[in-house]
Ligand binder design. Structure first.
Ligand SMILES: Cc1ncc(COP(=O)(O)O)c(C=O)c1O
Length: 314
């Protein structure tokens, strides 16, 4: 996905030009993948640009860093205020906001502790991740031959750059096999998640999603979808899901900051339901977009307005 440069990026408390946000090639992160990050959407709502679940994303960033013993000098509020100022300074409406924490240029060698921790935040314009048709027509996916990261190897709960080497294998394999995306299984062969998105399925009127112990990222959209389902009186169960449930489910869909709510038409060339967006997916997708576009009242306080006069990170 090509990126259009914006004007400014935030680095360690200062505003710098997009083109000045460069690293030394011997920075620790380059050799050892030592970075954690977030991906957050800012929606162009009816009430002006607003960042979706900003507080939860920043809290996950801080958690991701804590797992790797990275001490951060900024609080949720401070990072949150940077995010809103960043979007304002770059004069964007709908965009993607990416905070990053990395081990910079210090010592060479595996031990990260003597390399500085650098914090960055950038944003840029962003549309539908899997193309505009994916949200309405759905996508074709395949179960990956790559297993999701095993428990107690790379911590899946940390949104760490290194985890995305596994995601890249899943994503590339899917593309070479003619699928839009892949679904990875965990080390026990149970459904885990996509390369950068969580999975839900509908079976006999109930919604199912795999639990944290199946090596998933604790998705913030996943959490929002569970809440939306409860609001809509759709029963939700977080449980271990065998692979074959993907084939017999009435509906399967991806959720995530990037994919939002994207229906899945087929898995391993086996048609899911009627091969188009199912009624439960549609209700959830409509409610999700009604909330993120501001056409429905923000009843869960999920939107932080970018142009609010006082700091109100939500
Ligand atoms: C591996 C992985 N799983 C799930 C998700 C979905 O998480 P969220 O809804 O917080 O974007 C992402 C995206 O960040 C991801 O990279």
């Amino acid at each position: 996905m090509p990126v259009t440069p914006t004007e400014q990026i935030w680095r360690n408390g200062n505003w710098i030009k997009w083109e000045d946000a460069t690293l030394h090639v011997l920075s620790h992160v380059v050799s050892y993948g030592s970075a954690v990050f977030e991906g957050i959407r800012c929606y162009d709502t009816k009430q002006g640009p607003a960042i979706f679940r900003l507080r939860e994303h920043i809290q996950r960033l801080i958690n991701s860093a804590k797992i790797y013993r990275m001490e951060l000098p900024y609080s949720v509020e401070q990072f949150g205020n940077v995010a809103t100022e960043l979007v304002r300074r770059n004069k964007l409406n709908a965009c993607y906001v990416k905070p990053m924490v990395l081990r910079g240029y210090g010592e060479v060698g595996v031990n990260p502790l003597n390399s500085p921790i650098d914090c960055y935040m950038a944003c840029w314009t962003w549309g539908a991740y899997l193309g505009p048709e994916a949200l309405s027509k759905g996508v074709e996916v395949g179960v990956s031959s790559w297993t999701r990261i095993a428990p107690n190897t790379l911590p899946a709960m940390s949104k760490a750059a290194a985890n995305y080497m596994n995601s890249q294998l899943i994503r590339m394999e899917a593309q070479f096999n003619g699928y839009t995306e892949g679904i990875a299984l965990d080390t026990d062969g149970h459904v885990s998640e996509g390369s950068g998105m969580n999975v839900f399925l509908v079976h006999e009127g109930k919604l199912y999603t795999p639990p944290l112990a199946t090596s998933i990222l604790p998705g913030i959209t996943r959490d929002a979808i569970v809440t939306i389902a409860q609001d809509l009186d759709i029963p939700v169960k977080e449980t271990v899901i065998p692979r074959e449930m993907l084939y017999i489910a009435d509906e399967v869909f991806f959720v995530g900051t990037a994919v939002e709510v994207t229906p899945i038409r087929s898995v391993d060339h086996i048609q899911v339901g009627k091969g188009s967006m199912g009624p439960v997916t549609r209700r959830i997708q409509e409610e999700f977009f009604a909330l993120t576009s501001g056409t429905k009242q923000d009843r869960h306080n999920w939107l932080t307005p970018v142009n609010a006069p006082v700091s109100a990170v939500r």
